[in-house]
Design a protein around this ligand. Structure first.
Ligand SMILES: Cc1cc2nc3c(=O)[nH]c(=O)nc-3n(C[C@H](O)[C@H](O)[C@H](O)COP(=O)(O)OP(=O)(O)OC[C@H]3O[C@@H](n4cnc5c(N)ncnc54)[C@H](O)[C@@H]3O)c2cc1C
Length: 505
């Protein structure tokens, strides 16, 4: 059997690695258009800094990635994030994310009542949800995150808490993103209990019955990339998920453990050598029946009589089996005469840029609180979030330095597309100085511009993807579509899809 994998990001490499081991007599070829493997995962070393230009960690409760890291012999190098209070910046003022909330949804009365972020009117409006009945979902059982939570908890809760927390993950428009494709458990809770307040009170009670400690309940953290799952969860799964997702909000003081220890406190994982150490290891340990090629652009894919034909840098190649692990836009140039792929090729993709800036501690004149901050969309700035890397990931930064990782780009603001790298550096620095109230200048700034990098799981996503998959199943034997357009946008989601495919094969 001759197998071709298109895309040398982590998802494609994971298919190649496990399939190569499982089928030693198959000839497996992987093509990557870029000069390097890894796709969005890109780590650079700058002096003693470990700089992530793309993703900076993964959610540990999604065990597939940790399993892969272990298989590659890198488990010893895993580190968890330091936990700390996260903040929301809203139009001139900074507020702690209220404790006892799960992804912005309050589960405890007192921290929510005391929260400075939400006005009394906003709190009252959220409380009135207790008397609401379920939202009328569309014919696919779907609704946007924005419409759902605005209906239940009101506009202020949406703007100040839920949108910064949830929209930041997808980098998109919260009034378009599908709840069914991103956080389906909220629909299940709402349908079961009638509204979110009753649902969260019940979830909280099941926490207590299950003995989840108070310290383990808290706000979701900056940078969480939860699974955009296919199935709604059972109550037990949901309760476990909540427990796993929570972080302590009571550790805003001293950062604890020594650098680089894999303490169990944080819910994210990283590797001492950065995420790209996984890419290097998987490439090095690739079984001998797998051939990996970079600078190999795949185009003109067509299918006839159980054979796939395509061009690699203009040269025609054939294969018996084809695995595509590329972003949605690639389908615009493939199977162009077949509307059955429209559901994937028409997916929107949002853009963002990341500015990473390093400061000398001795010259830094601001106050560094907790792990970072999220910025409300109503705040007049193109910035959406900032992580304080030396406090969240101390192993990435020399002791005498401070590193801020600033996210730029939100719906309706096109600076990421329009500005040069120098202009993006300038805007990121000026804006974060204003927001965090400091004047120090960085020793260096790195910009990574990611145009159309994040597939948008808009309302109807699940139905559209199911239609594409059904079409492929019927008309394209031995063609497999995986990766970020399909079952989740996070790193472990890609690894999971890759492993499930190998298992099926
Ligand atoms: C800014 C940002 C931050 C993120 N942060 C996190 C995070 O903190 N945690 C997390 O879990 N996830 C995060 N993600 C998501 C994470 O980056 C992805 O889940 C993961 O990298 C996807 O890997 P992949 O292999 O599926 O796709 P990609 O990494 O996109 O790889 C696809 C590959 O296909 C190649 N390709 C495309 N077209 C062709 C062609 N025609 N021929 C040959 N090759 C082709 C591309 O060059 C690319 O290398 C983030 C994403 C972004 C954009």
């Amino acid at each position: 059997m001759k197998v071709t994998i298109v895309g040398g990001g982590l998802t494609g490499l994971t298919v190649a690695y496990y399939l190569g081991h499982a089928k030693p007599d198959w000839q497996i070829q992987l093509y990557e258009q870029a000069p390097r493997f890894g796709g969005k995962i890109q780590t650079q070393r700058v002096d003693d800094f470990v700089v992530e230009l793309g993703p900076d960690s993964y959610l540990s409760r999604k065990t597939e990635m940790t399993d892969l890291v272990t298989d590659l012999g890198l488990a010893e190098t895993l580190v968890s994030n330091e936990t700390g209070q996260a903040y929301v910046y809203d139009r001139g003022s900074m507020h702690p994310i209220p404790g006892g909330s799960i992804m912005g949804i309050p589960t405890e009365m007192m921290p929510f009542v005391k929260a400075t972020l939400i006005s009394w009117v906003g709190k009252l409006r959220a409380g009135l949800d207790y008397f609401k009945s379920p939202y009328s979902l569309d014919e696919n059982g779907d609704v946007s995150i924005g419409h759902f939570f605005r209906y239940h908890l009101g506009q202020e809760m949406m703007d100040k808490l839920i949108e910064p927390l949830l929209a930041g993950i997808y980098g998109g428009d919260i009034y378009k993103i599908s709840l069914l494709s991103t956080f389906p458990h909220f629909i299940q809770v709402e349908q079961k209990y009638g509204n979110m307040v009753k649902g969260m009170i019940n979830a909280k009670m099941s926490h207590q019955k299950a003995g989840v400690s108070k310290g383990a309940q808290g706000a979701a953290n900056v940078g969480d990339v939860p699974r955009a799952g296919k199935d709604t969860m059972t109550d037990a799964q949901f309760a476990n998920k909540q427990a796993a997702q929570s972080i302590s909000t009571q550790t805003s003081g001293a950062m604890k453990a020594a650098k680089g220890t894999a303490s169990q406190s944080g819910m994210f994982r990283q590797l001492m050598g950065g995420l790209e150490s996984v890419i290097n290891a998987i490439v090095e340990q690739m079984p001998s029946n797998v051939t990996l090629t970079t600078e190999a652009l795949v185009s003109n894919i067509s299918y006839k009589d159980f054979v796939y034909r395509f061009d690699v840098n203009g040269q025609q190649v054939t294969t018996d089996m084809l695995v595509l692990s590329t972003p949605p836009a690639t389908y615009k140039a493939w199977f162009t005469d077949d509307a059955g792929f429209d559901g994937v090729r028409n997916m929107e993709q949002s853009s963002c840029a990341i500015a990473i800036m390093a400061f000398d501690k001795s010259t830094f004149d601001g106050e560094l609180k907790g792990s970072g901050l999220l910025i409300t969309r109503k705040t007049d700035t193109p910035l959406t979030a900032c992580t304080i890397l030396n406090q969240k990931w101390p192993q990435t930064t020399p002791d005498d330095k401070i590193v801020l990782r600033v996210f730029i780009g939100k719906p309706g603001n096109d600076v990421v597309e329009r500005y040069s790298d120098d202009e993006l550096s300038e805007v990121a620095l000026n804006e974060i100085q204003r927001i965090m109230n400091f004047e120090a200048n960085p020793e260096w700034i790195k910009i990574n511009r990611l145009i159309h990098c994040m597939p948008q799981y808009n309302v109807g996503h699940r139905a559209a993807i199911t239609a594409v998959r059904d079409h492929v199943k019927e008309h394209y034997p031995n063609l497999y579509l995986i990766g970020t357009p399909f079952d989740g946008i996070g790193i472990p989601d890609g690894v999971k899809q890759a492993k499930e495919l190998v298992q099926r094969l």
